[in-house]
Design a protein around this ligand. Sequence first.
Ligand code: PGA
Length: 251
Amino acid sequence: MSRQRIVAGNWKMNKTYEEGRALVKDIVGQLQPTETLVILCPPFLHLNSISGQIKDVRSLKLGAQNCHQEGSGAYTGEVSAAMLQSVGVEYVILGHSERREYFGETDELIAKKIDATLKEGLHPIYCCGEKLDVREAGGHLDLVAAQIKTALFHLSAADFEKVVIAYEPVWAIGTGKTATSQQAQEMHAHIRSLIASKYDQQVAGLTSILYGGSCNPSNAAELFSQADVDGGLIGGASLKAGDFVAIVNSF
Ligand code: PGA
């Protein structure tokens, strides 16, 4: 068994209902049959309709951008993992740096959200990554190790195997500044060795580790050619069908 290649599109807070349907129609029209798993992560309101649009496309899966840590209850404005599961969602982005920065999410909270998604049979896409000052001070490897330990290392090996990791250096997100393929490879290999020490080589070898941060059709092939880079989490470039499909085709 080899690990799954994945390209996930994080639409963030973009696209009205009709714009979202049009984008998915274009992606479905342009996507060739592929062994790469292609995950669309639109805002909540699109999930049910897109679920119908992609149900016959084997390589396309549905993801959400967040969920609440509790199962149900008086949490105005929130969405639970069970609700996501009920409309065909299989993946949930958790720990994105924008959630950390603008919504105060900590790795302790993210750990609870990870548990909530796993309880419903969903796959978390756990985002980690350092800010620029941390990298410049040489603390990036330790910081990412600490993030992963707090958010994920309470999991059993069986649960950990359902997790996808996305390394997203904060200084590269939406800035047009991509990590070099060497920087990405160094961090991905580091993450894989942490997983091997906590679990074992087999679990580490099967974990998909995605790169995110200004990934586009011109740099994807170089990034994806690295031994420990198993795909990408794509923001801006996932909003144009042609660019997104070109990134999928970069493997
Ligand atoms: P970007 O976003 O591709 O626009 O840099 C990536 C992300 O935030 O997941």
